[in-house]
Write a protein that binds this ligand. Structure first.
Ligand code: SIN
Length: 284
């Protein structure tokens, strides 16, 4: 098994490993070490079945049950409670999976629940001829690059995050009625549960507002932090090939998706590694 950095300090490609075969204890430990050290691992040419993808996810922690296994595949697959489909395919006009169309802003998977997921795994089944790339940003590096005054204004705060993926490229309304949506509060700067690294934990798609701050100040702070994410040089763009497997750490990275042609099929299988409550960074 070999590992080579392919993105700015936080993305590695892992080769010489066949995930259709059992991994050894050493490989298991090494993969976890690399996920903690980098944040995004790319494993090309892994033609995994659904059950093999679940086994791969389980190397990193207990697989998380899907929160909305409402698509048609519930009847079709015995693994539908653990594997979702990210796709624009429709049946009778209804998407058969989740996150169907177009551009999606930066977000952390699971930031709207009490125990945000440790990791997400995607395997590409069908890809478009152009676009539909997944962008990743290292939120450890974003945090480190913030001016000292902005770090001081952010560390120690908490923010509310919502699940409202009906709109994939729109900021949530800071005055929204939270009783009507799934939401959770987390530290704005976290201490990574495994590595101890400090990472910014806000994003433009799900973060509604900072707790205990007037709305206009909260919006201004969120705008500054979002700009830092969007302008970060610690960004990696993944152009998908069929059978690419990508796993990413959801605590210290966030991700987005570029637009793609609506007339072409894009389909990825998605599995999730369970998480835990996030603790705040106690110092800058
Ligand atoms: C996701 O946010 O989990 C999906 C990303 C993608 O479709 O590239």
């Amino acid at each position: 098994m070999r590992c080579r950095e392919i993105g700015p300090g936080f993305v590695a490609q892992v080769t010489d490993l066949d995930l259709t075969r059992p991994v050894t204890a050493l490989q298991h430990a090494q993969l976890n070490h690399w996920l903690d050290q980098y944040l995004v691992l790319v494993l090309p040419r892994q033609a995994l079945t659904e059950s093999q993808q679940i086994d791969f996810s389980a190397l990193f922690g207990p697989p998380s049950e899907r929160s909305r296994p409402q698509d048609q595949r519930v009847e079709q697959s015995p693994f539908a409670h653990l594997i979702g489909v990210v796709t624009n395919v429709r049946d009778n006009g209804q998407p058969i999976g989740s996150l169907p169309d177009g551009e999606m802003w930066f977000h952390h998977d699971g930031c709207f629940i009490e125990r945000p997921y440790r990791a997400t795994v995607l395997r590409a089944v069908q890809v478009t001829s152009t676009g539909g790339e997944t962008l990743f940003v290292d939120m450890r590096q974003v945090y480190e690059s913030l001016p000292a005054a902005l770090r001081a204004a952010t560390v120690g705060r908490s923010a509310v995050h919502v699940f409202d993926y009906r709109t994939l490229n729109q900021q949530p309304d800071p005055a929204m009625d939270l009783s009507r949506v799934r939401h959770a509060v987390h530290p704005a700067v976290i201490q990574h549960p495994r590595s101890g690294a400090h990472a910014l934990y806000v994003n433009p798609l799900c973060t509604v507002r900072f707790i205990g701050m007037p709305v206009d100040e909260s919006q201004a702070l969120l705008h500054e932090l979002t700009t830092a994410i969007l302008q970060s040089s610690a960004c990696y763009r993944h152009r998908w090939d069929v059978d690419d497997v990508v796993i990413w750490d959801n605590w210290a990275s966030c991700h987005a998706r570029t637009d793609f042609p609506s007339g072409e099929v894009r389909m990825l299988r998605r599995s999730i590694v369970s998480g835990q409550p996030l603790e705040p960074a106690l110092s800058q």
